[in-house]
Write a protein that binds this ligand. Structure first.
Ligand SMILES: Cc1cc2nc3c(=O)[nH]c(=O)nc-3n(C[C@H](O)[C@H](O)[C@H](O)COP(=O)(O)O)c2cc1C
Length: 364
């Protein structure tokens, strides 16, 4: 069993480094800047008439947004989680909690993830890493989710981060069995997510064959976890600086998964967009590329740190207001219409789509 103190220290380091240091990709953006929605100059409804409500895992969300998985396991993480839960509840959006590994090692840390009382109705997601999930009985993982009243659990994939972490787990084979068992037991309540390196179609197809129905692409262009780990160890190990920029940008990941989505009536795969989403415009573009929900982690942590709970509420409300305006300007009254809206891809994203043989949707 990993040293409890080491895990808690790592969680504290991650929060401090992400708040204060330059942890985002440098040479790569999330490529949503290469997606253009089409302006319709004759709006026929107002922002307040736009319908943003969406149902996800049996919960009604007021808007298609999820605060991304970040923390828990330390007293500070517990305080942040309770604040995030209040803000999510006020705005009617979802909240994904950070890895519950600390509470596996030390059960009294459950309190730092226990936010259901502060937010009885929100979409709430638990979290565990694949490396841990492979060593745990299925019952314990289901119990992790249930014990905090979560609606589902995110299984995070973080191979690049683990290989950069001093005390990280090397990737191993034989993860399929664990994922298949989890998918069979949890169905739609299992969400497989990356942590900033994105999702290729081949990986998504493998996951789907194992029974996975929802994927959060967590693409490249936002927080770089290899960079975070390098900052934690005090520098880039000799000859390994390229890995900090590794991954499939978020917009390219969404394009990769488009052929797997199925139809609105008969969905095959549900996709959450994250990794570098920073605005209502990014959220709108992600939905136009097929996502059900968008999610962000780093800006939420930073706005909370610098502007407090009220500031975070205002920032998120502003982002959703921008989404409404963009939808008015595209002539999309609801999310289903936005998902059908035509988009134009440019630059490297257009090249990516062509080379990976995905045709840009233009079904306007
Ligand atoms: C401080 C911090 C801690 C995180 N911890 C977790 C975690 O415990 N589990 C997880 O699945 N993802 C974790 N993430 C990754 C995010 O959920 C997200 O996938 C990634 O940061 C990309 O989104 P962003 O660019 O909006 O930050 C964390 C992110 C941040 C900023």
């Amino acid at each position: 069993m990993a040293d409890k103190a080491v895990i808690q220290q790592r969680k504290s380091d991650h929060l401090a480094i992400c708040r204060e240091r330059d942890v985002e990709f440098h040479s790569k953006n999330c490529w949503l800047e290469h997606v253009e929605l089409i302006h319709q100059a004759l709006p026929s409804f107002s922002p307040s008439e736009v319908e943003l409500r969406v149902r996800f895992l049996g919960r009604d969300l007021a808007a298609p947004f999820l605060i991304g998985a970040m923390t828990g396991g330390t007293q500070e993480g517990g305080r942040i989680n309770r604040t995030l839960a209040r803000v999510a509840s006020d705005l009617g959006i979802g909240l994904a909690l950070g890895s519950q590994r600390p509470m596996l090692e030390e059960p009294r840390l459950k309190g730092t993830f226990d936010v259901r009382a502060a937010a009885p109705d929100i979409l709430l997601l638990g979290n565990i890493g694949l490396s841990q999930a492979m060593t745990l009985p299925l019952k314990r993982i289901v119990e992790l989710m249930k014990s905090i009243g979560a609606d589902g659990i995110c299984l995070h994939l973080n191979a690049a981060m683990e290989m950069s972490q001093v005390e990280g787990d090397e990737p191993r084979g034989r993860s399929e069995g664990a994922i298949r068992r989890l998918a069979a037991a949890l169905g739609e309540r299992l969400i497989v997510k990356e942590t900033g390196c994105g999702m290729a179609r081949e990986t998504a197809e493998r996951l789907m064959r194992l029974g996975v129905k929802t994927i959060d692409v967590a693409g490249a262009g936002g927080t770089s976890w290899v960079r975070v780990e390098n900052l934690r160890r005090g520098g880039v190990p000799a000859g390994r600086d390229e890995l900090e920029e590794w991954g499939i940008p978020t917009a390219a990941s969404l394009i990769e998964l488009q052929p797997l989505l199925g139809t609105e009536r008969a969905p095959r795969l549900r996709v959450i967009a994250s990794g570098g989403l920073r605005s209502g415009m990014d959220l709108a573009k992600s939905i136009a590329l097929g996502a059900q929900l968008g999610s962000a982690a780093l800006p939420v942590l930073r706005v909370l740190h610098h502007a407090g709970e009220k500031g975070l509420r205002n920032w998120l409300a502003g982002m959703l207001a921008e989404l409404r305006c963009v939808m008015v300007l595209c002539g999309c009254r609801d999310l289903a219409a936005l998902r059908r809206a035509p988009v134009v891809l440019s630059g490297p994203l257009q090249n990516w789509a062509e080379q990976r043989r995905v045709r840009s949707r233009s079904r306007g």
